[in-house]
Design a protein around this ligand. Structure first.
Ligand code: ZN
Length: 279
């Protein structure tokens, strides 16, 4: 089990925020018959038939003196209803020896609440950037969609909208080079602007996948879509394309929600079937 791996000159590290909700696969994947889970039960579900999603971000750091990049900021301070406990992301960063001031860029894979929760902190109702020296990169397609009154929601208004007035928001489109060797990679469908973050260095490639998949069974069954996908036709296409490429080119995959014991892995083929091999 790894929580941190080197990709060339970079290090990519999981930054735990909180234990997510227990998920019932039949509710989250309503188009998938319960029996279809049987081949994956052992590694994709817990003994009780549920699975536990995790909330986290990923830190991309390098030894060349650049400020670190944080991909997603978890669910936020809480306390969260299902545990009664607060989120842990700042403490997890602190344990890695990284202060909020040392983050130079926050990249948001998509603007759902469990990926943006620590973007902004509130003091007597006044918003400030939790990472005061960071530019915040958000996909323009997500901004355009969720900033429209008919699609807006509490999480967006709380954690994304204020970034504009704070002057720290950069809207990005397509493949956007964040820094030499680090770029966004559009993988739309989960949301209109969902994007992965690609890290390429010294012949190695890592990819931070946000919500491209929620459960490890989707590696073998890329057509399975959780109810959270905005457009399942597009999300399926994005998932297939990225997982195929990750397998073909031997990428290391840093997942958004898998359990910490298997959150980083590679796509390997066992017979006809693509499978997750945790690192
Ligand atoms: Zn998510």
């Amino acid at each position: 089990m790894s929580t941190s791996l080197g990709i060339g000159e970079f290090e990519i590290t999981t930054v735990q925020d909180h234990q997510g909700m227990d998920r019932n696969p039949v509710e989250i994947y309503p188009a998938v018959p319960a029996l279809a889970w049987d081949p994956y039960r052992e590694f994709a579900l817990d003994p009780d038939g549920f699975y536990r999603s995790q909330w986290r971000g990923h830190l991309i750091s390098s030894s060349n003196g650049d400020r670190a990049i944080l991909v997603d900021t978890g669910m936020g301070p809480g306390p969260h209803d299902h545990t009664g406990k607060p989120g842990e992301l700042p403490g997890s960063l602190n344990a890695l020896g990284v202060s909020p001031e040392e983050i130079g860029i926050v990249v948001i894979t998509h603007t759902h609440g469990d990926h943006i929760g620590w973007n902004v902190s509130y003091d007597a109702g006044v918003a400030r950037a939790t990472f005061p020296n960071a530019r915040y990169l958000v996909a323009r397609a997500d901004w355009d969609h969720y900033s429209a009154p008919e699609n807006s929601n509490e999480a967006f208004e709380h954690s994304i909208r204020p970034l504009e007035a704070l002057g720290v928001l950069d809207l990005v489109e397509g493949v956007h080079e964040i820094r030499h060797g680090v770029s966004t990679l559009p993988t739309n469908g989960h949301t209109p602007g969902h994007q992965c973050v690609l890290v390429e260095s010294n012949g190695e490639t890592g990819v931070v996948t946000g919500d491209l998949f929620h459960n490890v069974a989707q590696i073998s069954e890329p057509d399975w879509c959780p109810i959270f996908d905005w457009d399942t036709t597009i999300s399926t296409r994005s998932r297939r394309e990225l997982l195929d490429r990750a397998e073909r080119e031997g990428w290391t995959v840093f997942s958004g929600h898998l359990g910490i014991d298997k959150s980083i892995g590679k796509i390997v083929r066992i017979g006809e079937t693509a499978s997750w091999s945790a690192l």
